[in-house]
Design a protein around this ligand. Structure first.
Ligand SMILES: Nc1ncnc2c1ncn2[C@@H]1O[C@H](COP(=O)(O)OP(=O)(O)OP(=O)(O)O)[C@@H](O)[C@H]1O
Length: 254
């Protein structure tokens, strides 16, 4: 569980986060949604320790990040799997080498054991037999699955995903969403996903933080998001055609 309490972050004259409170639950896919510029990435980067908030706390399983010494911060970093926007694979490395990278960085052990773990996670994301290929030789959806395998190879307690579906067709995006959700439940991970994708909200929105201008304007889950009359949320979500259709069907009792 990650708990955010009264988090404030500013840059020069601009207040970006203005007292955000939220609990990201363990074993759930927790989503951060909101318009461009609402502070989603600043929140995630603050959680990663890349930004220092002026006020408020970020607690990892009850322990405030600000109280960690450098060694504890390093240990926490080992427990965070990160899925970057666009996948961010190393083009000059094979799939196997990409997935092995965090193991070699953070874990001692023999290459043979590392390889065993790499093959285990590649099998889990349905990429058995693709280890010797280079990223350019596989599809965008497969590249995302490699990035997921790399993010979970160290058995993280926390998984942070920044726009995991960007650049994917809707069907592949759903496969990726469901894979993230399955792994979250299977490994009991606290997963945090930044997304603009309304399909993702419908598929895996178990605990949603809606940010508007640096404030938590609404929280709830995928069924509640249809029922709320919070204007900021409805403005945002009903700009999506998919949501309009679902809402219409709901009103017609379908
Ligand atoms: N390092 C920085 N220095 C100064 N201002 C920043 C910095 N990072 C973000 N900001 C500002 O903070 C605000 C929120 O940015 P943020 O990237 O969190 O938005 P976002 O909700 O993630 O948007 P998007 O959906 O477009 O990625 C923006 O106005 C941005 O310009």
């Amino acid at each position: 569980m990650i708990e955010i309490k009264d988090l404030h972050k500013s840059f020069a004259e601009q207040d970006v986060l203005k007292g955000v409170n939220f609990v990201f639950d363990t074993g759930k896919t927790n989503l951060i949604i909101g318009q461009s510029g609402s502070g989603k990435s600043v929140l995630l980067k603050s959680m990663l320790g890349l930004f220092t908030p002026e006020k408020g706390t970020i607690e990892y399983d009850g322990k405030p990040y600000s109280s960690f010494n450098p060694e504890q911060k390093r240990d926490l970093r080992k427990e965070i799997g990160m899925l970057f926007q666009g996948g961010a694979l190393f083009d000059s490395m094979t799939v196997e080498e990409n997935v092995m990278f965090p193991l070699r960085m953070f874990k001692k052990g023999r290459k043979k054991d590392h390889l065993e773990r790499v093959n285990e996670v590649l099998e889990r994301v349905n990429l058995t037999g693709n280890g010797k290929k280079f990223p350019a030789e596989i599809s965008g959806g497969m590249q995302k699955r490699v990035a997921i395998a790399r993010a979970i190879v160290n058995k993280p307690k926390y998984l942070f995903c920044d726009e995991p579906n960007s650049g994917l067709d809707p069907k592949t995006a759903t496969v990726i969403d469901n894979l993230i959700h399955e792994l979250t439940v299977e490994y009991d991970i606290t997963t945090v996903v930044i997304t603009h994708d309304m399909n993702s909200v419908l598929e895996i929105g178990e605990n949603i933080a809606f940010l508007k201008d640096g404030v938590l304007a609404w929280k709830g889950d995928k069924s509640e998001i249809f029922k709320t009359d919070n204007e900021a949320v409805t403005d945002f979500v009903y700009s999506s055609d998919l949501f309009k259709k679902v809402k219409q069907a709901q009103l017609q009792g379908l």
